[in-house]
Design a binder for this molecule. Structure first.
Ligand SMILES: CC(C)(COP(=O)(O)OP(=O)(O)OC[C@H]1O[C@@H](n2cnc3c(N)ncnc32)[C@H](O)[C@@H]1OP(=O)(O)O)[C@@H](O)C(=O)NCCC(=O)NCCS
Length: 446
């Protein structure tokens, strides 16, 4: 496996000059040439910290798992391009690759498939967990809570073997939990997993089969779900992955860390965007009528509308996953029909936006969510399950990142600092002497 050294090249340092003092800081160079100033000793040497809201310039770890070049639109898992993996790999193969660092042999893959297949059922007592929740519960908090609750069923010491079993259990049970959260929300009976089916087929079976009639999984649709999972499997240190690492850095167990990651993914600026894309497309179809009209709103600073599914913190060119999904989208719609109007609107929005100076000058291109929602919709996946689909895909990435963090020789509990800007030392005011403020205090809320 070609891996270049992660240590600084001989003699490479950066100097920081402040207040008449010069501090020399080591430089770390990654295997793809990414260069970082190592500030681990900065506070000790200078008394200063760095400030980087949103962490856009901060590397939180060294990682061997996923490489993104946002300027060139490159995404690779363990060195393999997303295009090649999307075309040739299965989701479980990619899960193994992410977690173990190498593609599995056929014996390893067979073993993983068989282990995962045999751990898909949930403890029968889990039924009580679902019945305690409101009928209209959004499946994302249901999944986050269910994964957290799994920890109560497997309260074992964290040996290497037990962690390995937890990894298999999580990958195996996630589709069951996801499908059950959906079945619960529509009042249908849970459908048990079927061991003769593959990973994606089993998920579709648990989602859409009922006890009343036979359900045949369409292999083309199952392959599309598998592709979607592959494309979402990891994306280096994004919000939810950093959350998984952050929570895990306190030595919280894998169930708790993944549960936190699911909660982070739920937000509309992260995993929730695909739901917002479809809602946007449906709104355009119903109200605005034209892509041009909506784009004008998205550009207007006085309007809160954004072109959902466009723009990315890291990609400053076309997200390679969006390109793969655009093609898959057309194929699925050809197969099942149904949402071609939404695809038409999406393609029109993209066509106009990519010629519009507002989007071009800000380097705003379609991201993975722009087309994934249209595919989910065509597959019959309800809108509130879109982010759950993202969760299913991202799971092996979270696991791989959690495991890597635990084995990292530089491992420390994550504990960022802050620049305090609040009140300085002041004396306590007795309640009788306090006056009500007529406006919120600076930086405060009413
Ligand atoms: C993904 C996202 C949160 C990245 O945010 P960011 O890196 O912090 O970038 P900013 O929000 O600072 O955006 C930079 C500029 O582009 C504009 N912009 C970014 N995304 C935009 C969008 N989707 N529609 C319209 N304008 C957008 C911002 O208003 C800002 O303009 P300004 O420089 O005139 O103030 C942001 O692009 C977004 O909200 N996209 C839509 C949601 C989405 O698809 N999320 C899924 C991500 S996978």
């Amino acid at each position: 496996m070609p891996v270049a050294t992660m240590s600084p090249k001989a003699g490479q340092t950066a100097t920081l000059q402040f207040d008449g003092k010069v501090t020399t800081l080591p430089v770390v160079v990654g295997s793809e040439g990414e260069t970082a100033i190592d500030i681990e000793k900065l506070r000790g040497q200078t008394g200063m910290i760095t400030l980087d809201p949103g962490y856009g310039n901060t590397g939180s770890c060294k990682s061997r798992i996923t490489f993104i070049d946002g300027e060139k639109g490159i995404l690779r898992y363990r060195g393999y391009t997303i295009e090649e993996l999307a075309q040739k790999s299965s989701f479980l193969e990619v899960a193994w690759l992410l977690i173990h660092g190498e593609l599995p042999t056929s014996a390893e893959l067979e073993n993983l498939e068989s282990e995962v297949t045999r751990h898909t059922m949930l403890h029968e007592d889990f039924g009580r967990f679902f019945s305690a929740l409101p009928k209209d519960a959004h499946p994302m908090p249901v999944c986050a809570a269910a994964i957290g609750a799994l920890a109560t069923f497997y309260q074992y010491p964290e040996t290497e073997q037990n962690i390995r079993d937890t990894v298999v259990r999580l990958i195996a049970k996630m589709p069951t939990i996801a499908a059950y959260s959906y079945k619960h929300s529509i009042g249908q009976p849970f459908v048990y997993p079927l061991n003769k089916l593959g990973y994606a087929s089993n998920f579709l079976h648990m989602m859409f089969a009922t006890p009343c009639e036979p359900y045949e999984v369409d292999p083309i649709l199952a392959r599309t779900v598998d592709l979607l999972l592959v494309l979402h499997a990891d994306h280096e240190q994004n919000c939810s992955t950093s959350t998984v690492r952050m929570v895990g850095s306190s030595r919280a167990n894998l169930f708790a860390s993944i549960s936190a990651g699911i909660s982070a993914l739920w937000g509309p600026l992260h995993g929730g965007a695909n739901q917002q894309v479809i809602e946007m497309l449906e709104r355009i179809a119903a109200e605005e009528g034209s892509a041009e009209k909506f784009l004008a709103k998205a550009k207007d600073k006085n309007d809160t509308a954004r072109l959902m599914g466009f723009g990315h913190r890291v990609y400053k060119s076309y997200d390679p996953r969006a390109a793969i999904l655009k093609k898959a989208c057309a194929d699925v719609i050809q197969r099942v029909g149904g949402v071609s109007r939404l695809l038409e609107i999406a393609m029109k929005l993209e066509e106009i936006a990519l010629k519009d100076d507002y989007f071009v000058s800000r380097k705003l291109y379609p991201n993975v969510d722009f087309y994934s929602g249209v595919i989910y919709k065509a597959l019959g996946i309800p809108v509130n399950m879109f982010t759950v689909m993202f969760t299913l895909g991202r799971l092996p990435g979270w696991i791989a990142q959690w495991l890597e963090m635990r084995q990292d020789p530089d491992f420390r509990i994550a504990r960022p600092r802050q620049v305090y800007t609040g009140a300085t030392d002041r004396r306590y005011v007795p309640i009788a002497a306090r006056v009500e403020l007529t406006a919120p205090p600076e930086g405060g809320v009413r």
